[in-house]
Write a protein that binds this ligand. Structure first.
Ligand code: BMA
Length: 328
């Protein structure tokens, strides 16, 4: 267990009086501009965790060569971020795996005694890269979890049945027009197996925002009602893909069993900064902070593949919404 006390400041803003949804946006969005770094074209789809007296994260920073890189960052309040100018240099991997090609859409989670990072890692196509760190300075790279092609590798925050557990989304080498979420286990973060199917895209008639492909978002949150999973879903519109996100509840012991799944989205691209950018109409969550004492949730999501924003909600309300609107 990570026994350090929670950071003194939790990023939060109360729900506006006129808000209809169970999730609402931070009024000062986006929190991270595209050009925060001297060489960044865009900063989005990024992961944050409590760290020391504040927060740390791994950020997707595409540079002005349009190369996809990962950068570490630090914050006192979870809102204002210092992101390192130099990208993360992973160490210790078999050179075959460690030769950097590209990396994007990181997730970060504390398990047992260290932070694990997973990301979409270039190795003859996209697959799931893995590493660990204790200080966000030195990152030790592990084996890729799966064969290409795969994306959206998301670890559970504790071992399940004594093994590391990960969700992932097998895909193709391009802008994949399909995609189901699967579950896998590993005794050692090297060998992965016991693969189980979790969820397919929804039927168009039932929930069109998630009818083309889906992928796990932030690290699942353990609740009495099951693992709360926030995931993105894609609609193939006549103007291209539209990325929204919703919620599901997975069985605590057998997390490939879906207990409930929201029909409506929690959030979809509607604000200018979500609809306009390098890839229009994308809201893509990769991390969430939660405060067990109050049930508050702060969701970090990429907007239009350009900037990073925050949205808020209460875990209990999202769980109730997931059950109330379930399409399973
Ligand atoms: C997905 C990933 C994400 C991106 C999204 C929209 O396939 O590449 O990083 O946000 O497409 O472009």
């Amino acid at each position: 267990m990570n026994n350090t006390p929670p950071p003194p400041f939790f990023p939060w803003e109360d729900k506006p009086a006129n808000e209809k949804g169970v999730v609402w946006r931070y009024s000062a969005n986006p929190i991270i501009p595209r050009d925060l770094l001297s060489t960044s074209n865009s900063i989005f789809n990024s992961a944050v965790v409590p760290f020391g007296n504040g927060y740390a994260g791994v950020f997707r920073c595409d540079d002005t060569n349009r190369r996809m890189r990962l950068h570490a960052g630090f914050s006192r309040d979870g809102i204002h971020w210092d992101i390192e100018e130099n990208d993360v240099c992973f160490t210790g991997a078999d050179p075959e795996v460690g030769a950097w090609v590209y990396g994007y859409d990181p997730r970060v989670v504390w398990i047992d005694d260290r932070y694990y990072v997973t990301w979409c890692n270039g190795y003859h196509g996209p697959t799931i890269g893995c590493a660990w760190t204790t200080d966000f300075k030195l990152f030790h790279q592990l084996e890729n979890a799966f064969l290409p092609f795969n994306r959206n590798g998301v670890l559970f925050p504790r071992k399940i049945n004594g093994r590391f557990a990960m969700l992932s989304r097998p895909s193709d080498n391009g802008h994949t027009p399909f995609g189901d979420i699967f579950y896998s286990e590993s005794p050692d973060m090297t060998f992965w197996g016991r693969h189980r199917h979790v969820m397919s895209p929804a039927r168009f008639e039932d929930s069109a925002w998630q009818c083309t492909k889906i992928g796990a978002g932030p690290i699942p949150i353990e609740t009495a009602a099951g693992w709360l999973l926030i995931y993105h879903g894609v609609l193939a519109s006549c103007n291209g893909f539209v990325y929204s996100f919703g919620s599901a509840l997975l069985d605590l012991h057998d997390p490939w069993k879906v207990l409930a799944r929201s029909g409506p989205y929690l959030l979809s691209p509607q604000k200018d900064y979500e609809c306009t950018g390098d890839v229009p109409n994308v809201t893509f969550p990769c991390a969430a902070l939660h405060d067990p004492a109050t049930g508050r949730l702060a969701i970090y999501y990429g907007c239009a593949d350009t900037v990073t924003s925050l949205a808020f909600g209460y875990i209990d309300e999202i769980v109730a919404f997931t059950k109330r609107t379930s399409i399973t």
